[in-house]
Unconditional design. Structure first.
Length: 126
């Protein structure tokens, strides 16, 4: 039964990691119009030898901030520009879909392992 629990742990860790990734994507989307906001990214790390993962440290995207022209903005400099964010909604939507599909794949794996362990228990009862 340890193989089943290892597989469940791997699937669970994958779902937790993708949920965390979705949280950062949502935060990026919410701050698209926040002046000076830098996009947050997160990488995954191996936790143990059996394939479980967790999110690593959060890093800020160092891409140049968008220069927004709005002379009426209190943050504008002498030329009428201020630093916008470096969030690209197209990239964020793509990241969100990838995280969603990865989450669903881990959930499917979790369900399959649960069904297999249930079937094994039924066989052992006979």
């Amino acid at each position: 039964m340890t193989d089943f629990s290892d597989a469940l742990n791997v699937a669970t860790s994958g779902m937790k990691a993708q949920a965390s990734r979705l949280r950062f994507v949502s935060e990026n989307i919410a701050n698209t119009d926040t002046p000076g906001y830098r996009r947050k990214t997160v990488a995954f790390e191996d936790v143990m030898k059996n394939g479980a993962v967790q999110t690593g440290p959060v890093s800020l995207d160092q891409t140049a901030l968008e220069q927004v022209y709005d002379p009426s903005n209190p943050l504008a400099d002498a030329t009428g520009h201020y630093d916008g964010s470096n969030v690209n909604l197209l990239i964020e939507v793509a990241d969100a879909r990838e995280a969603q599909r990865s989450y669903e794949a881990n959930l499917k794996m979790f369900e399959q392992v649960r069904e297999m362990s249930t079937a094994l228990m039924d066989l052992l009862r006979r």
